[in-house]
Structure formats: structure tokens, C-alpha cells
Ligand binder design. Structure first.
Ligand code: NAD
Length: 340
């Protein structure tokens, strides 16, 4: 079966700014004034992308061009936006990328064939299969068929196991980016009480493991946890990754804690807008214009209790693509036995 293939061999100059979130900006996201420090994920992502572009340049001198295959099945609009953005970033940083677009009628067998061909290709270092997949495709089987050395999403059990045992591996992009936010913002991890709300394979479990590796004392909370608010209040680092708008309220946050808000929730009702953002004039103007706004898993009033927090949007989100680029270069180096 033939799929549409778009090759991106064009190398574009990276237009990237470098910077670290400034402490004590005195401004929370929106118009609320607090002492909490905003952890600017866009700036940190740009810094990582600039480093990736420099590494790609160095590898080019050795005749190596890291390559990413992005597989986008069907016509899911959100997936199309994500994948386009990933392919565009590859071009900006000098990586090779190939977009493969099987139709939404594709079978598991056809997808397995495709993965096998990508596993065998010398010019492909990373294979990204954009989720969700249509129901007839066995996603688990497929993700396990990806060569772990090319598993730049870090979802393969081999990489999960390697991350757990502290071996060089490809860690999932969003959690790896969250660790970068903490480190590059000079926030301590070792010895801190970290509480992770949510236990998904994509965010909750891997961030818990990465925080443990950085010597935090980690508690994982989930839908069956008793006294979740009590656990959250003990957190020096509070991770919210559940997908529920404004779930974490001010009473659940220890004053001065660091909040990593992973949730991305869209609000379209004015009543709900008022519940979270009443008085935020600038956001309301945009809400009325666009008909929606994004909110994390943390209530904006809870950010004000924290010492530092990642806003939504512009916090954790931008790190995911930056770390995907970083993982692709890492995969290219690991596969060739180069130091990482
Ligand atoms: P998921 O639905 O796979 O997992 C949600 C987790 O939250 C589950 O483990 C569940 O047990 C827990 N949970 C649900 N309700 C709960 C409750 N009331 N109390 C305690 N725990 C509860 O979600 P996910 O893939 O981990 O994503 C979580 C959020 O993060 C979503 O909003 C998603 O859009 C967002 N996300 C953002 C990025 C990014 O910024 N790049 C990447 C991945 C996910």
C-alpha cells in the first residue's frame, strides 16, 4: 500500500531566541498580580531548540543528518496541527523529516508494514506515530513494533524500563520537558516532596519516575486516592496532569510550592469562564473574540499561592516539540554510538 509522503529536505535558518524565565516577574498569567514566578515554557523551549540546531550543525560536519518520520493517520484536526508543527520545527532546526499520511481506513497489518519499513531505513532516526489512531488499529501492538532505538516518543516498554532503571534512553517528551523547566529555572528537585496528580502512561507515571531519578520524594495521586487535597498540600513540587479544568484549588497548594500544570482544557461557556477568570479583562476580550479559552488543571487563583508555576498556554506545552527534536538528535547519536 502506498501512502502520501512529503519530504522536507529544505533546511531553514532557525530563528530562535534564547532565554530563561525571569524570577519575580510579579505577574501571574492574565491580569492577576501575585509574587509567583511565571515559568515561561516558550523561552525554555526556544533555548533547547537553539541547542538542538547547533548539534544538528555539528553532526552535519560528520555527514549525519538526524531524520524524523511523522505518521499521521486520517483527518483528526488537532493531530494535523500537532504533526504539521513538528514537521515545521524539524525544518527550522535542520533535521530531515518525512510526513506519512495513511488514510483512516488503514489496517493494523498495513501500519505494521509501514513501521517495519521505517525501522529498516538508515535515514530515519525517529518514528513518531501521532495518537489517537482509528479504532481498528491496534495502537499498543504498533507502538511496540517501533524499534526502541527510534522510539522518540519514549512509549516503548524497553524505553520505559530503561528510564526506570536509569539507563540512557529516550524519555517521553512532555515529562522530559518538565524536568528541563525545573532545572533551567534553577528550581531544586533533590529532596523535595513532589506530588503528581494523574497516573497516565504518557505524563503521570513517567514524570513521577523522572522526578524520583532526580532524587525527589514522589507521591502519585489518582482518581482513587483518599485525601488527595491533603497530599497535594504537602507538595514542594505539584504536578497536575489529569485533564480537568481548574481542578487544583488554592487550598490544595502549599504556599511557595512550584506548580507544573500539564492540563490543557478548552472552556467555551461564559459561566465557566467567569468561574475561573472573572475580572481578567484581557482574557475576556480574547474569549469573546475566539469563543473559547484554554485553562490548565490548576485554578488560576491557586497559581497565586505558589512560588512558581507554568501557565496554560505557554508553560509545559511548548516543551513537548522541543524535546521531540532533542530526542531525535539523541536517537541519531545513540544509534551511531556517539556520546550523548
Ligand atoms: P489521561 O486522561 O490519560 O490521564 C488522566 C489521569 O488523571 C488518570 O491517571 C486519572 O486517574 C487521573 N484523574 C482523572 N480524574 C481524576 C480525579 N478527579 N482525581 C485524581 N486523578 C484523576 O490524561 P493525560 O494524557 O495524562 O493528560 C492529562 C492532561 O495533560 C490533559 O489535559 C492533556 O491534554 C494534557 N497534556 C498536555 C501535554 C502537553 O502540554 N504537551 C501533553 C500530554 C497531555
Amino acid at each position: 500500500m502506498k501512502f502520501n509522503v512529503v519530504c522536507r529536505t529544505l533546511r531553514l535558518a532557525a530563528s530562535i531566541t534564547i532565554g530563561i524565565a525571569a524570577p519575580g516577574t510579579g505577574e501571574a498569567h492574565g491580569s492577576r498580580m501575585t509574587d509567583a514566578r511565571v515559568l515561561d515554557g516558550t523561552k525554555i523551549a526556544n533555548e533547547i531548540k537553539a541547542e538542538v540546531a547547533a548539534e544538528v550543525e555539528l553532526l552535519a560536519g560528520q555527514g549525519i543528518r538526524p531524520g524524523l518520520a511523522a505518521v499521521l493517520v486520517g483527518n483528526v484536526p488537532a493531530s494535523q496541527i500537532y504533526v504539521r508543527s513538528k514537521v515545521k520545527t524539524c525544518a527550522e532546526l535542520g533535521l530531515f523529516s518525512e510526513l506519512i499520511t495513511p488514510p483512516d481506513t488503514v489496517t493494523t497489518e498495513e501500519m505494521l508494514e509501514l513501521v517495519a519499513s521505517l525501522n529498516a531505513r538508515e535515514d530515519i532516526d525517529g518514528i513518531l506515530i501521532q495518537l489517537p489512531l482509528p479504532p481498528q488499529v491496534n495502537a499498543k501492538l504498533l507502538l511496540e513494533a517501533v524499534n526502541p532505538a527510534k522510539d522518540v516518543d519514549g512509549f516503548h516498554p524497553v524505553n520505559v524500563g530503561k528510564v526506570q532503571s536509569g539507563q540512557p534512553a529516550l524519555a517521553p517528551c512532555t515529562p522530559a520537558g518538565m524536568i528541563q523547566i525545573l532545572k533551567r529555572s534553577g528550581l531544586p528537585i533533590a529532596g523535595q516532596n513532589a506530588v503528581v496528580i494523574g497516573r497516565s502512561d504518557i505524563v503521570g507515571k513517567p514524570i513521577a519516575m523522572l522526578l524520583l531519578q532526580e532524587n525527589a520524594t514522589v507521591t502519585i495521586c489518582h482518581s482513587k486516592t483518599h485525601n488527595l487535597a491533603g497530599h497535594a498540600r504537602g507538595a514542594d513540587i505539584l504536578v497536575a496532569a489529569i485533564g480537568r479544568a481548574g481542578f487544583v484549588t488554592p487550598d490544595m497548594v502549599k504556599p511557595g510550592a512550584t506548580i507544573l500544570d500539564v492540563g490543557i482544557n478548552r472552556i467555551t461557556e461564559h459561566e465557566e469562564f467567569d468561574k475561573f477568570f472573572a475580572g481578567d479583562v484581557r482574557r475576556e476580550e480574547l474569549f469573546l473574540l475566539k469563543g473559547s479559552t484554554l485553562i490548565g488543571d490548576v485554578h488560576p487563583a491557586a497559581y497565586a499561592v505558589s512560588g512558581a508555576y507554568t501557565p496554560v498556554p505557554g508553560g509545559v506545552g511548548p516543551l513537548t516539540i522541543a524535546m521531540l527534536m532533542s530526542n531525535t538528535v539523541r536517537a541519531a547519536k545513540l544509534r551511531r554510538g556517539l556520546p550523548v
